[in-house]
Design a binder for this molecule. Structure first.
Ligand code: ME8
Length: 637
């Protein structure tokens, strides 16, 4: 049955142009929206811009323009980027629109009538870049704990929201709805924060005027966060009794970055409770992209421009990279060479080659037409398992896991080609039936892969669908199952979907000539990584180890929990994704190389303190081991 599904991104400030972080959140929400649409849901996907507040007012003044001129200029940058990135939002809200103005004032009045807003005086620190009040205790060395800048001392008459009334109720809600704040580690942070006691919140300002006037007292403007959060309601037509509000509120997911979790997981639910409105079903806070380990900022000049990445590599590879490289919820370091590496290995080699070789063989051995369906076999089983797992991971916004599954299917198909060797079958007339089965299984796998990758890479999906001769309406749930390719469908030979790329390092000056020189990196994947020094290498604590125990991680078909002797008093617990290549019983006694100073993490709830090194072999992962006896714990040099 079709379900309504409402998903949002934050609305982005217009004091700065879009960067990779904005693209990240928006792509994640877009992929989820597209997946839900494919699964038959009626999706409402909202993004937009946050245009009020002191920060915007100050930036505009510095540029000698009005805040609304600044907003009009910057909003074009966001809209253009979303177009380039193929973002399929239904609506784009700007907080300067009348519909939003009305909604904010209506919510204010409702909360005030409830007795949850009162007038008082505020004195504290205020960080303008972060648009947030800070208490003395929150400052780090007198500076804002988030951006490190000097806050200002503010004393002003202000309206307050009785946040202190909502702590207990909020804790109860969080407890009763384990999915309300995701990932779980973030939920715990919020629980700690709320348990520490909630103070009433100042929700109006008098020291500047770029905002929505407080109803009944236009000397005050509404605090920019009270204003901004309401966008999620105003886009649905609140406060009018509109069809879309009834259909889509409460939101299914607010996707946000971890920087603004508190506003979404504490302030927003409290405002909604005060207005007797239902709370969103989930707030998902993803991690932070850094560059060379540092926070990106305009002043440091280390901001990654998403438009440039799209121009260099295309929208689909960039979308793919953002969601494949780092598990959603964790922080990640951006590197263009890693993007190039993934482009060449995952897209050009694995996916692109599969399309080229299968369609070329189909032309050669089957006259370019699909043989009769086959309804059994290894690829069918694998495809069905992958469809199920992808669905589970997409529900959890575990994009990189979903993509790993899809690539598991792609790689299984590539191995199937090698094992079955259609070129050999074609030489033997007695094998004609087998050849047809093999080719059907491969084409059907291509079709299923096409559906599964389309939410992530919509242009590539369209291209692949046209190669496969799929009819309109090809991208829907009913067709996401084995055996839907009929006999006799005409299939074209695929041009390479992803011709290999090289990383182009931006032009730089050579000292001797003083003119611009373009440096290019060689194509090979091995050379795609950045050059490092021996000191960089020494930071990795690589050690010889011997596996003492191994057992499968419950409910995972990939993970094995290992106890590895690396010379310490206790063996080291490492969780390795090698279950598809090794049985636990084969591993005990094996020598391995362990990266011992990798930050611990949890995989399917099991702590992993290190990593065993492996390499992709012809039939899955192969562990690295030593060419002779070694003492556990010896450093690898
Ligand atoms: O906070 N890595 O707007 P904003 C990952 N207007 N994501 C990042 C990122 C990074 N380095 N940098 C930014 C605001 N983001 C408010 C929101 S909502 C009612 C009001 C993403 O322009 C991430 O989604 O500062 C983060 O939450 C958002 O941009 C902040 O955008």
């Amino acid at each position: 049955m079709s379900k309504n599904f409402y998903i949002t991104t934050p609305i982005y400030y217009v004091n700065d142009v879009p960067h990779i972080g904005h693209a990240y959140t928006t792509v994640a929400a877009d992929v989820t929206s597209r997946y839900r649409r494919m699964m038959g849901d009626r999706v409402f996907f909202l993004t937009g811009t946050d245009e009020h507040g002191q920060k915007v007012e100050k930036t505009a003044a510095a540029q000698g323009i009005t805040p609304s001129e600044l907003a009009d200029r910057v909003v074009v940058r966001f809209r253009d980027l979303w177009k380039k990135l193929n973002i399929s939002n239904q609506d784009f809200i700007r907080t300067t629109e009348p519909r939003h103005h009305n909604a904010v004032q209506a919510l204010w009045k409702t909360v005030a009538e409830k007795g949850d807003i009162y007038q008082g005086e505020y004195e504290d620190w205020y960080c303008t870049p972060c648009e947030t009040f800070l208490t003395e205790l929150q400052l780090t060395g007198g500076k804002c704990p988030d951006c490190g800048r000097q806050p200002e001392r503010l004393k002003e008459e202000s309206y307050f929201f009785r946040m202190s009334r909502y702590g207990e109720k909020l804790l109860k809600h969080i407890e009763e709805h384990p999915d309300f704040i995701q990932p779980t580690s973030r939920r715990n942070e919020i629980v700690q924060f709320v348990r520490g006691g909630l103070k009433d919140l100042s929700i109006s300002r008098t020291t500047f005027s770029w905002g929505i006037p407080v109803p009944g007292n236009s000397r005050h403007v509404v605090y920019v966060w009270f204003d901004a959060l309401v966008n999620y309601l105003s886009a649905l037509g609140y406060p009018g009794d509109q069809e879309s509000f009834r259909a889509f509120w409460p939101a299914d997911i607010h996707v946000i970055g971890k920087d603004i979790l508190r506003f979404h997981a504490v302030y927003w639910p409290a405002f909604l409770m005060a207005a007797d409105l239902p709370l969103p079903k989930q707030i998902f806070s993803h991690g932070w992209w850094t560059l060379k380990g540092e926070k990106m900022s305009k002043s440091k000049g280390n901001v990654v421009d998403p438009s440039a990445m799209v121009e260099r590599y295309g929208a689909d590879p960039f979308r793919y990279f953002l969601l494949r490289e780092v598990p959603f919820g964790q922080d990640g370091d951006f590197s263009e060479s890693a993007l190039v590496g993934r482009f060449n290995s995952d897209l050009a080699n694995d996916l692109g080659n599969l399309f080229s070789r299968v369609t070329a063989m189909l032309a050669k051995y089957c006259g370019g037409k699909t043989p009769a369906p086959s309804h059994e076999g290894k690829l069918k089983e694998k495809a069905e398992a992958v469809i199920r797992d992808v669905d589970r991971y997409m529900a959890d916004l575990a994009f990189s896991r979903a993509l790993q599954e899809i690539w598991g299917l792609i790689n299984a198909a590539n191995r199937f080609v090698d094992q079955q060797a259609p070129w050999a079958l074609a030489k033997d007339p007695a094998q004609a039936g087998t050849l047809e089965h093999v080719m059907y299984d491969l084409v059907e796998t291509l079709r299923i892969v096409t559906l599964l990758i389309t939410p992530f890479m919509p242009d590539t999906g369209e291209k692949a669908a046209s190669i496969l001769g799929l009819a309109q309406g090809w991208c829907q749930r009913d067709l996401l199952s084995w055996g839907k390719t009929p006999e006799g469908r005409r299939i074209s030979v695929a041009e390479p979907l992803f011709p290999r790329v090289e990383q182009t390092v931006p032009a730089e000056k050579t000292e001797s000539q003083g003119r611009k020189k373009k440096t290019e990196r060689p194509e090979s994947e091995h050379n795609a990584a950045e050059e490092i020094t021996i000191q960089d290498f020494a930071r990795m604590d690589l050690r010889a180890g011997v596996i003492r125990e191994a057992e499968a991680v419950p409910k995972s078909d990939r993970l094995i929990r290992l106890q590895v002797d690396i010379g310490g008093a206790e063996p080291r617990q490492v969780v390795a994704g090698i279950a598809q290549s090794y049985a636990p019983s084969d591993l005990v006694g094996k020598g391995v190389v362990v990266l011992a100073n990798l930050k611990p993490t949890r995989l399917m709830g099991v702590e992993s303190c290190g990593m065993v090194l492996a390499v992709e072999g012809e039939k899955g992962l192969v562990l690295l081991n030593m060419d002779g006896p070694v003492v556990p714990g010896k450093r690898v040099r």
